[in-house]
Design a protein around this ligand. Structure first.
Ligand code: SAM
Ligand code: DTB
Ligand code: SF4
Length: 332
């Protein structure tokens, strides 16, 4: 049954979904999924780190923070040609979205102009474009929109209550302000979080409630499992019960029925069976390609085989007309 998406979830309602028997929750989530999305289809996004390391922020999970010694070196913003080549390779491998990540607190004007040129290149190939560059002003969000950017990724990562235990250099409200600027510019929102950072079940419920109660649901919701990188304060975080990860995917699917829910970082340490449960719970998107930003991701060959074994089809690339329209749009 198609019901209008809600934006008024209470904590108790979200917790009640988490408390359902596992099979009941998965059945419910898969039913919601099939009402709003084509069955057995997975969207594939490829990431590229366009500016790596030396980030001034202190996010406790992140290998790119200048505050921690993780062995990730600092690299300047890539050249346009390097980005174009990586986007072509991603497209040839079957990705339909290309996501450019930069280790910034916020982009500087000179860098943003160069990133806008990268966005135009990605779109000219007929790929969807996504960028994650830290905080944006409303004017910067408009500039990216004018360059043809489709999605902006900016994660809330956890609950407002737990945020301060993970990040000290910015506030939850600053995150929400950037999300509002992105929305106001007409960009699609990609916003999710990380599980397994030592947060409580209530924090996970609050994160999903906050996402679902935004004025408009994010079009894309990445659910990351913490990649425990040596040298970060969270290197020894206790592993999360895998079934709790699956439950979180399922509740995200129920709360945000039309969103693409992405099984994101952490797949390298997940079994094929666990990933299959995530798809059953309503995940319909993955990061595809051997690298995330600085850490690993499953081999392309393994992912293709996994999807084939499960009878899952990659989301088809945009039809030629849509691609031509995207190019016309991006070039003015
Ligand atoms: N600097 C920008 C920002 O933080 O918004 C963009 C890049 S940042 C690396 C993008 C996202 O990657 C973070 O919001 C976080 O959710 C995710 N991330 C970073 N390190 C991670 C880790 N070790 N495990 C899982 N997700 C991680
Ligand atoms: C998101 O939610 N996960 C991606 C993407 N958005 C930018 C990043 C995961 C990063 C994992 C750690 C790394 O590779 O550096
Ligand atoms: Fe910087 Fe983003 Fe990493 Fe935080 S998550 S340290 S803002 S690159």
């Amino acid at each position: 049954m198609m019901t209008a998406p809600r934006h008024d979830w209470t904590l108790a309602e979200v917790q009640a979904l988490f408390a359902l028997p596992f099979i009941d929750l998965l059945l419910h989530a898969q039913a919601v999924h099939r009402t709003h999305h084509p069955a057995n289809t997975v969207q594939m996004s490829t990431l590229l780190s366009i500016k790596t390391g030396a980030c001034p922020e202190d996010c406790a999970y992140c290998p790119q923070s200048v505050h921690y010694d993780t062995g990730v070196g600092a690299e300047p913003l890539l050249e346009l040609e390097q980005v174009r080549a990586a986007a072509r390779r991603a497209q040839e491998a079957g990705a339909t979205r290309f996501c450019m990540g930069a280790a910034y607190r916020a982009p500087r004007a000179r860098d943003l102009a160069r990133i806008c040129a990268m966005v135009r290149e990605v779109r000219a190939l007929g790929l969807e474009s996504c960028a994650t560059l830290g905080m944006l002003t409303p004017a910067q969000a408009l500039q990216l929109k004018a360059a043809g950017l489709d999605y902006y990724n900016h994660n809330l990562d956890t609950s407002a209550q737990f945020y301060g235990a993970i990040i000290g250099t910015r506030s939850y409200q600053q995150r929400l302000d950037t999300l509002a600027a992105v929305r106001a510019a007409g960009l699609k929102v990609c916003c999710g979080g990380i599980l397994g950072m030592g947060e409580s079940p209530r924090d996970r419920a609050e994160l999903l409630r906050t996402l679902a109660n935004l004025p408009q649901h994010p079009e894309s919701v990445p659910v990351n499992q913490l990649v425990r990188v040596p040298g970060t304060p969270l290197q020894d975080a206790p592993p999360l019960d895998p079934f709790e990860f699956v439950r979180t995917i399922a509740v995200a699917r129920v709360l945000m029925p039309r969103a693409q829910v992405r099984l994101s970082a952490g797949r390298e340490s997940m079994s094929d069976e666990l990933q299959a449960l995530c798809f059953l719970a309503g995940a319909n998107s993955i990061f595809y390609g051997e690298r995330l930003l600085t850490t690993g991701n499953p081999d392309v060959a393994h992912d293709r085989q996994l999807l084939a074994r499960l009878g899952l089809a990659p989301e088809p690339p945009a039809a030629p007309e849509a691609r031509r329209a995207a190019v016309a749009d991006a070039t003015g």
